[in-house]
Design a protein around this ligand. Structure first.
Ligand code: HEM
Length: 237
């Protein structure tokens, strides 16, 4: 089976470092919510974490995970800017609103009623060919980048300016933006985990996030525009 490189080793390492940090930050962040009415899974969640670490310990753990995540990202961005970060941003910023929305709509139908149901509606049952990422992945990645920047900035303001120069209303706005960004990501992360790793046919994608390599046949089926570009480059060289 011909294998091709999909992710560099540093990108794979950063992905799992990112995943661990985000999961810990989401779990501890929700446990820190002061209002029990706002606990998405019930009060027991907050009680469990407070029991394990105490109120102050939980806050310290959340801050430590946030600073660790930010420091790891700064090192990664500086070290891998040209090799990984800029190509990633170029891919996810290649937005084509009409074609991307059409792909997302067709994918929703494909997941719910399936190709046979789509053909009954007069559609072909096929999804438009995609590049390195599909339109759904690009949309989620773009939202993750915006929310990540927002979480980091508001988190730093809350950590370093609370009780100092910032006004109480500015801090309340920061806290609201911090909550909203975390809330959006708390919804999108399970969607990402299912679509990228657990959905039928995604086994090779999950393995590519461990080895960096993906079978050429899988790329031809899931990312035909990317596979065609690679094959054309191969022929030219
Ligand atoms: C247990 C948790 C997670 C699993 C199982 C998982 C799984 C995966 C898989 C299989 C891919 C490869 C998709 C492909 O090659 O087409 C991927 C890519 C990606 N994931 Fe995750 N993921 C997890 C958590 C996260 C979290 C929390 C984030 C942060 C928002 C995230 C952001 C990304 C990004 C940005 C990519 C593209 C990376 C690249 O191409 O280098 N993932 N993930």
């Amino acid at each position: 089976m011909t294998m091709i490189r999909r992710h560099s080793a540093p990108a794979v390492f950063m992905h799992w470092c990112n995943a661990c940090c985000w999961l810990l930050l989401t779990f501890t962040g929700f446990a820190l919510l002061a209002n029990p009415e706002m606990q998405p899974v019930g009060r027991w969640w907050s009680d469990l974490w407070h029991e394990l670490f105490g109120g102050l310990g939980l806050l310290r753990l959340h801050i430590f995970a946030g600073l660790f995540w930010l420091a790891a990202y700064i090192v990664y961005i500086l070290a891998r800017c040209k090799a990984d970060v800029l190509p990633f941003l170029r891919e996810i910023l290649a937005v084509r609103p009409a074609a991307d929305l059409r792909w997302c709509g067709l994918k929703a139908l494909w997941l719910t009623i399936g190709p046979r149901g789509m053909r009954r509606l007069g559609l072909s049952g096929e999804l438009p060919p995609q590049g390195f990422y599909n339109a759904g992945q690009r949309l989620v990645a773009l939202i993750a980048v915006v929310c990540g920047v927002m979480l980091a900035l508001t988190g730093l303001v809350l950590l370093f300016l609370s009780g100092a120069s910032a006004s109480a209303s500015a801090l309340r706005w920061c806290l609201l933006l911090h909550f909203c960004s975390a809330g959006v990501m708390a919804v999108l992360i399970p969607v990402h985990i299912y679509m990228a790793a657990l959905a039928p046919g995604e086994g090779p994608a999950l393995r590519s996030m461990l080895t960096g390599m993906v079978p050429l046949a899988h790329a031809r089926e899931h990312n035909p525009l990317w596979a065609r570009r690679l094959e054309a480059e191969e022929r030219r060289s």
